[in-house]
Ligand binder design. Structure first.
Ligand code: M7G
Length: 336
């Protein structure tokens, strides 16, 4: 069931050229707030500049508020998407910023003055995500678009949504690579290997792991046959409860965040149809944490406890973008 617009997989040599393996990960000094060891890891290895060959085609979207830009372009003739994001200022480096930067005065008026502060390069990083080779679906995913809320009855799911996602979805190869320790193995924070209730917990690639304020982890189940919320029944309660409890415990002991500070949820629709659970800091307005897409795992558990077939029978609502093929299918079926 590969994405129909999927490009060929990269060979090992190309992967090594563009994404040299990152081996080392280094723990930061323990935090001093006494709430637990804040294990924030950082890769120390330099990677070759995969982006030196990047030719910009178009800005897909940008946000001055989020300080992000999503760019479509080509690397060696193949489509790529690059996401650049200015990261939050870490409190730990404030004194370095003040003492080691150059200040250029912009204006001064009475007690007010503004400056351009040029921080040393290592304090001025831009978090960069590269999707290469990118499919047409990736380019669509990051393009700014109008959204519409779809209403999906149980019948619609089986007659419209399911056939669509079976033929049109993102590859979950990256998920299997994590489960099989072929990628990101050094980033795994916790694993329960039970084939039915087990999972792997690791940082979401949206999180730069420099500060817990925007903590973002994902738990990926070892079970491979659960596509989304729609497949969950009472049979999966032990799995969901296990992910919730062990995920909360790990985050408390590692990052000092109690469960009262966590938003733990599943997306419907997800982008990747393999069961995974998002753990984000409650104070962080993570993209996709709105009520139209995020389902709190605690609610999911209770709904299934009340009705084991809750997610096979309920109408569910979710947003789709204007160019989403699923929206077209709903329109063709006269549902929009
Ligand atoms: P989703 O609900 O399927 O889709 O969540 P979304 O991307 O529209 O939210 C998948 C989650 O996995 C997202 O939070 C992604 O940021 C994260 N993610 C995606 N990829 C391709 C990777 C990856 O390669 N590594 C890691 N660690 N996280 C990823």
């Amino acid at each position: 069931m590969a994405d129909s617009s999927e490009k060929r997989e990269l060979g090992e040599e190309e992967i090594n050229e563009f994404f040299p393996k990152i081996k080392k990960s280094k723990a930061h000094p323990e935090s001093e707030n006494g709430k637990g060891e804040h294990k924030i890891t950082e890769n120390t290895e330099e990677s070759g500049n995969v982006l030196s060959k990047f030719e910009t085609a178009a800005v897909l979207s940008d946000s001055a508020r989020e300080k992000t830009v999503f760019v479509h372009g080509k690397i060696s003739g193949q489509d790529a998407v690059v996401i650049l994001e200015k990261t939050p200022i870490q409190k730990e480096v404030l004194s370095q910023i003040f003492s080691e930067s150059r200040l250029k005065l912009q204006m001064k008026n009475d007690i007010y003055s503004t400056y351009q502060l040029q921080a040393p390069a290592h304090l001025n990083e831009i978090k960069t995500t590269v999707v290469f080779p990118a499919t047409q679906k990736h380019i669509q995913k990051y393009q700014r678009q109008e959204s519409f809320l779809l209403e999906e009855t149980a019948e619609d799911y089986f007659s419209i949504t399911l056939p669509y996602i079976q033929e049109q979805h993102f590859s979950v190869q990256w998920v299997y690579n994590i489960l099989e320790k072929k990628a990101e193995s050094e980033r795994i924070l916790f694993e329960d290997t039970d084939p039915k209730t087990g999972f792997v917990l690791l940082p979401d690639f949206k999180w730069n792991q420099k500060q817990v304020d925007d903590l973002y982890l994902i738990a990926i189940s070892h079970l491979r046959d659960i596509k989304s919320l729609r497949d969950l029944t009472s049979e999966h309660l032990p799995l969901l409860q296990n992910i919730l409890l062990k995920g909360q415990d790990l985050i408390l002991s590692t990052f000092g965040l109690p469960r009262s500070k966590l938003r733990v949820y599943l997306h419907y629709q997800p982008s990747y149809y393999h069961l995974h659970v998002h753990f984000t800091h409650l104070g962080f307005d993570a993209l996709g944490s709105g009520v139209e897409r995020a389902h709190l795992i605690q609610d999911v558990i209770q709904n299934i406890q009340i009705n084991p077939r809750f997610y096979q029978t309920r109408t569910l609502y979710f947003p789709v973008r204007a160019d989403d093929g699923l929206l077209r299918k709903y329109r063709e079926a006269g549902k929009m």
